[in-house]
Write a protein that binds this ligand. Structure first.
Ligand SMILES: Nc1ncnc2c1ncn2[C@@H]1O[C@H](COP(=O)(O)OP(=O)(O)OP(=O)(O)O)[C@@H](O)[C@H]1O
Length: 549
């Protein structure tokens, strides 16, 4: 540990204790050394006794800075780990990060461009358009075309800060895990690792630009999602330049209503967009929060979404997608046995899970959901409850599914906020059923054949050789089996012979001893014992050696 990280550790401890975070750990989980450590910082007291736990955690994270703010945002999406109150409290964490000096931003931009800003841009605005946890956004115009653009630049030193804080978090999580025991539901080390992958991805703006280009191309002619154009020649690890967009933040419902937006259509399009991204493209935006989604001001009767910040994108395997779709369909058919089977088939829970108990647990959480009308059931909530249940049966955490569940919950919440009568099931069911039919029906089969055809066409000329090799292998296998059998039979014969000699020798030795004890003819008793001993020697020598087949 360096002096710097010790100083940072003290700062973190100070803020944590000032917000009484130590008091949030149940006393039975605080061993004597923890209490001793706490006492050694006796001058640091909880200054926020009047606030509830979740709020204290939120405030502490806000004070700790960008890394912890983002961590809090991510933690708020892990509703499988946190209670709803805590999750809601943490979800309120906003990027209330003060902007950094625009001269620093300019210097960073010029370092990436390798030239003064004026070489490529006009009207660079020193006042940032937005200042977020990881980056800051400035507006300008392209010199070449006059197009309005935004320059998104990473905060100075943010990488070092993130890495140092991550290391500290990781060490604390390990410590907490030792404290709570391996089997604890909270799994702090796993949560931190999950976060590491997320935040490290965000530190590379070039990656964000590439994601945005892919998403933009997927929806280029869709009329439901617009992703700003990226100026690739100005996209680097610490700086990206993109088209400036104008829109209404999705959370501003009053403004949307004022311009006469068709909210029903907008809400339905949101759900469709989600399912299209997941099932058709297997590439979904996984950092949906109001700051990243805007609504078009053009033709409000046929509105479209504008998506920003593609730093965190999710993908699923073909198998995950199929199990997921089947999961939803099985849920709506109330087929809990199928749900339990799906979790086992997919490997999300172990194959030796007690399927009857698991099915029962699924039924207990799912059945009450049907007390509501079908159109009020939330897919995200279903998934959340199923994951919570599966965790009790030691489900291995699937980060890609957690991302998906969080996005789904958000999309549904958003849809209902925009249009409270939104019928999710009606919007999603045809999509899911159509997709499933494509996967397992004749169309699916034809698609698979079409997809695999180039591979088989490539392998076809090798087929005769492969058949010959396999036949040869088969013949060799039969030969080696015969050899083993022959060896085995010989061993058996030897064993029989040896057993016979050993038993006879034992009988002769016993008879000789009895004759000797009864003072019978001495030569007969000595002869019997002698022959017995010789036979024992032969029997012992001829016993089969302990060979492996
Ligand atoms: N192309 C754009 N046109 C107009 N405004 C933009 C554009 N890109 C970003 N912004 C503004 O900048 C804000 C922050 O951008 P962005 O979300 O990409 O940054 P971030 O650092 O990744 O934030 P966070 O990770 O905390 O969500 C957006 O909420 C939006 O207001």
């Amino acid at each position: 540990m360096t002096v710097k990280s010790i100083r940072r550790a003290y700062q973190v401890i100070k803020i944590a204790l000032n917000y009484g975070l130590d008091e949030l750990i149940p006393s039975k989980l605080k061993p004597w050394y923890f209490r001793l450590l706490r006492c050694s910082f006796f001058w640091l007291r909880n200054k926020h006794k009047d606030k509830v736990g979740g709020e204290r955690l939120k405030l502490a994270m806000q004070e700790l800075g960008p890394v912890y703010i983002k961590f809090g945002q991510m933690l708020s999406t892990r509703r499988d780990l946190l209670s709803d109150e805590w999750a809601e409290e943490l979800a309120m964490l906003q990027d209330r990060v003060p902007p950094f000096d625009s001269s620093v931003a300019k210097a960073q931009i010029e370092a990436e461009l390798g030239a003064p800003i004026e070489t490529y841009f006009d009207d660079f605005d020193d006042v940032p358009l937005a200042s977020a946890s990881i980056s800051q956004v400035h507006t300008a115009k392209l010199k070449s075309s006059g197009a309005e653009v935004v320059l998104k630049v990473l905060r100075p030193n943010v990488e070092a800060q993130v890495h140092a804080d991550l290391q500290l978090m990781s060490q604390s999580a390990q410590f907490l895990e030792t404290l709570l025991g391996q089997g604890n539901r909270l799994r702090p080390a796993e949560v931190v690792e999950d976060y590491r992958t997320t935040i490290e991805g965000e530190l590379n703006l070039k990656l964000e630009a590439l994601n945005a280009i892919k998403l933009r191309n997927n929806f280029l002619d869709s009329g439901s999602l617009y992703v700003p154009f990226m100026y690739e020649e100005f996209c680097f690890t610490r700086l990206i330049v993109m088209e400036r967009i104008y829109g209404i933040p999705v959370s501003d419902k009053a403004a949307l209503e004022a311009q006469g937006t068709n909210l029903k259509l907008l809400a339905e399009r949101g759900v469709e967009l989600f399912f299209t991204q997941v099932f058709r493209d297997n590439f979904f935006h996984a950092d949906m929060h109001p700051g990243n989604i805007f609504i078009s001001t053009e033709h409000p009767e046929d509105p479209f979404y504008i998506g920003l910040d593609c730093g965190i994108m999710g993908t699923l395997t073909e198998q995950d997608k199929r199990y997921l779709a089947e999961n939803f369909l099985a849920f709506f058919n109330r087929d809990y046995t199928r749900i339990a089977q799906l979790y086992i088939e997919s490997g999300w829970v172990s194959a030796d899970t007690d399927i009857v108990a698991f099915e029962q647990a699924i039924k207990v959480v799912c059945e009450p959901m049907f007390n509501k009308p079908l159109d009020e059931i939330s897919f995200g909530h279903v998934l959340l409850e199923l994951f919570r249940t599966a965790r009790r049966f030691d489900m291995v955490v699937q980060p890609q599914l957690v991302l998906l569940e969080k996005t789904l919950l958000y999309i549904e919440g958003l849809g209902r906020q925009l249009y409270p009568q939104l019928d999710l099931w009606k919007t999603a069911k045809p999509f899911l059923e159509g997709w499933m039919a494509e996967q397992i029906g004749p169309i699916g089969m034809a698609k698979k054949i079409k997809k695999e055809f180039p591979y088989w066409a490539d392998k076809l000329p090798e087929l005769p050789e492969l058949i010959y090799d396999n036949l040869k292998m088969g013949k060799n296998f039969v030969n080696s089996q015969n050899l083993l059998l022959e060896r085995y039979l010989k061993q058996q014969q030897k064993a029989h012979k040896s057993n016979y000699l050993l038993v006879t020798s034992a009988v002769l030795v016993i008879c000789g001893t009895i004759l000797f004890a009864q003072n019978a003819t001495l030569w007969a008793s000595y002869g019997s014992i002698g022959i017995g001993a010789i036979l024992w020697l032969f029997g012992w020598r001829s016993r089969p050696k302990n060979r492996k087949f």
